[in-house]
Ligand binder design. Structure first.
Ligand code: IVH
Length: 700
């Protein structure tokens, strides 16, 4: 059936609208319609095209994916060769100065001539592509190849929604756009996760992933790969009055609907180039994609023509590099480090290698999961990445260079499940990535951090006990645990005055501050212990719930779960912390020297309802042990008696409650289950334990 004029008009309208939405979504990053609306329009167009195949044209949005895999990528002769640019390896400002000097000399400019104006842009780390538009329609996409002959990747490039199949406005009869195809870092990470889930191999870096994705024989594979594109120049052009500056060319390309990176400036003279180099270096880490430098181009096209080329490199452009962020080296071994929170971190011992401007000998492997995921093995050649101030990391192995089949690394087995610093147990929760030392306060690796946390303003608040002092106290073996701070034989004005940067006066002040910190609150004390996942608020909840330290120390996971806002993760952290004898010992010593209002809650029940009330516990409660239930009752001012009488106010009965329950029923006493008991305790609105302002702040 031949399509009517209305159908043709509808098809045109749908194409224009879908094109507009693609542009808004993929180029401007500003979606114009919800996905569902887009899908509806797309399906309508597909239906019309399948009913009227004669209407299908190569720039229809439906034609981005389709067709059979090709046996090979056809060779393409470039009308204008795709050249490379000279690289300035001096990564200091001098790189810009040297380039400007060469340009000025070649142009015959003397010192009195005004600064040369440049276009400065990013050097994207992907692969070069040439896009040929004829009458505004994408007809050919080719890789660079050797510069003269590339590969036809048109069907693959069509799948990139960032690349318009038809240019906007009034494009010339022939326009070849040169630019870079790359993969964003977040897309790369996601792709690797998907690759792994599908049992496929991971890509080493975004550049390799982009190259591998583009050079597929089957375009449906490329279509599933998240590729991006930026235009940065021109190839063959016919019938167009090319703008007279490079900046003008990029503006025009953007107006044709092509993605052009926003990070570009016009810069006059070498100082402004160096500024751009520095500005982009500072931005490098936060960019969503990799760059390996910046590119300077003489802005005036007339001057570019004048400057011309030397040995296939334009004299008018230069790539001013940044220090390489990734290099290959040998993984000599895997060491184990204990982090500040007890996290056991595998650290790669590397053959020293220069990367990111420094020599790197160690790099983090994060945790066992990462080692497994990356499948790095001792002896492998690995890619090491160092970005900015970030700790160097092992990106992955170069599997092709692996010799034989070295054993996989098992972190816990390597340390025999014991902390290499203190010998405490190392545990790794089922759903946790990180293995941890349970040594807590006892582990010297965690000791410094623990002391600082303990002394913190929101903890027991020891004014003047900062990092400098703590480091010295620990290094000199004077202090190992927070309890040692209160041991006058260890910490006194004399020992303190002997430390660096400590006068007699500050030593005395610090001794006073330590002394003052003995008076605290239970909540602050609990927080100060530095139990993982027990922040200030949880510490307050715990203090309020248990009322005293002993009740907290007696609590098991079930009892902890009764505390409002305490979930299984927090409960487990507390149980693990308290299960370590070392921690118990430190707490016991601290208990000797510190003071806080004992059974704070019990001392001040708000409405006094439970003050003096007598409870009898009988049978087995579902979660609370009897001592825990008793502690809870006492914490709010109640008393726990052994036998039921007329004076008993409440009987708390669990499973297999015997004669006490019978008697309670005979006497007509109030009988509670565990749930009801806890509800009753919750209703007792205890006065705040902590009269600190911050407490009220938080609850407000
Ligand atoms: S201009 C004649 N501009 O770097 C000059 N190239 O050696 C043609 N590249 O593989 C290149 N970002 O793909 C130019 N902003 C940029 C670039 C850039 C990355 C790549 C290009 C080529 C290499 C040049």
């Amino acid at each position: 059936m031949v399509a009517s004029t209305e159908i043709r008009a509808r098809v045109d309208a749908l194409r224009t609208e879908l094109q507009r939405h693609d542009y808004a979504y993929y180029v401007l990053n500003d979606p114009a319609v919800p996905d569902a609306e887009y899908d509806r329009l797309f399906r309508e167009l597909q239906a019309l095209e399948s009913a009227h195949p004669e209407l299908i044209c190569p720039d229809s949005p439906t034609q981005r994916v389709g067709g059979q895999p090709s046996p090979e990528l056809a060779a393409v002769q470039h009308a204008v060769p795709m050249l490379s640019i000279r690289t300035e390896t001096d990564t200091t400002d001098q790189g810009a100065v040297a380039f400007d000097a060469r340009v000025r000399r070649a142009l015959g400019l003397d010192d009195t001539a005004p600064p040369v104006v440049y276009a400065a842009e990013l050097k994207f780390d992907g692969l070069a592509i040439s896009l040929r538009y004829e009458q505004g329609v994408l007809v050919l996409a080719a890789t660079r190849g050797d510069g003269s002959t590339g590969e036809d990747v048109t069907r693959n490039v069509r799948t990139l929604r960032q690349i318009p199949l038809r240019l906007h406005g009034a494009p010339p009869p022939v326009l070849e756009v040169r630019g870079e195809i790359f993969m964003r870092r977040d897309d790369f990470e996601r792709l690797n996760v998907a690759q792994e889930a599908a049992g496929q191999k991971r890509f080493v870096n975004p550049r390799n992933a982009a190259a591998g994705s583009l050079r597929q024989l089957d375009p449906t594979i490329t279509a599933r790969r998240p590729l991006s594109f930026f235009a940065y120049g021109l190839g063959e052009v016919q019938g167009w009055a090319v703008p007279d500056t490079h900046s003008g060319v990029l503006d025009a390309l953007a107006a044709f609907g092509l993605p052009v990176c926003e990070h570009r400036v016009r810069a006059a003279g070498p100082q402004e180039l160096a500024c751009f180099h520095a500005d982009m270096a500072a931005l490098r880490e936060s960019l969503p994609f990799d760059i390996d430098g910046v590119v300077y181009k003489v802005d005036s096209i007339a001057r570019q023509l004048e400057l011309g080329f030397v040995s296939r490199e334009p004299r008018w452009a230069v790539a001013h590099k940044y220090p390489a962020q990734e290099v290959a080296t040998r993984l000599l071994g895997i060491d184990v480090q204990v982090g500040r929170t007890g996290a056991i971190t595998p650290v790669a011992r590397l053959e020293p290698v220069f990367v990111g401007g420094v020599t790197v000998t160690n790099a983090t492997l994060h945790n066992q999961g990462e080692i497994d995921r990356k499948d790095v093995r001792i002896g492998d050649w690995v890619i090491v990445r160092r970005a900015g101030d970030v700790i160097p990391e092992v990106v992955g192995p170069i599997v092709e260079r692996r010799e034989g089949d070295p054993a996989r690394f098992d972190l816990l087995a390597a340390i025999d499940h014991k902390c290499p610093e203190c010998g405490s147990h190392v545990v790794r929760g089922e759903d946790e990535a990180v293995a941890r030392c349970t040594g807590g306060l006892y582990c010297p690796a965690q000791c410094k951090q623990a002391l600082l946390h303990f002394a913190g303003r929101r903890a027991v608040d020891i004014d003047g006990l900062g990092e400098q002092i703590v480091n010295q106290l620990v290094a000199a073996g004077i202090v190992k645990t927070p309890a040692d701070l209160y041991d006058a034989a260890r910490v006194n004005a004399e020992t303190l005055a002997g430390l660096d940067r400590m006068g007699e006066k500050s030593a005395i002040n610090l001794v006073r501050a330590i002394d003052r910190s003995r008076e605290t609150t239970l909540a602050r004390f609990i927080f100060a212990l530095g139990i993982r996942n027990v922040g200030e608020t949880t510490a307050k909840d715990l203090a309020r719930h248990f009322g005293g330290l002993d009740a907290l120390l007696a609590a098991d996971e079930g009892a902890l779960l009764q505390v409002p806002d305490v979930g299984p993760v927090v409960a487990r952290c507390i149980v693990e912390f308290l299960a370590e004898d070392h921690n118990r010992e430190v707490i016991a010593s601290l208990k000797q020297v510190m003071r806080w209002p004992e059974t704070e809650a019990a001392a001040r029940p708000a409405d006094g309802r439970l003050a003096g009330k007598t409870f009898v516990l009988t049978g087995t409660l579902p979660t609370l042990r009897r001592d825990e239930a008793a502690a809870l009752i006492e914490a709010v001012g109640g008393k726990v008696a052994g036998s039921v009488s007329k004076k008993t106010d409440y009987v708390v009965a669990g499973a297999d409650a015997g004669s006490k329950l019978d008697k309670a029923q005979q006497l007509g006493l109030v009988i509670l289950g565990e749930e009801e008991l806890l509800e009753l305790l919750r209703q007792v609105d205890t006065a705040p334990l902590d009269s600190q302002d911050e407490f009220f702040e938080e609850k407000r």
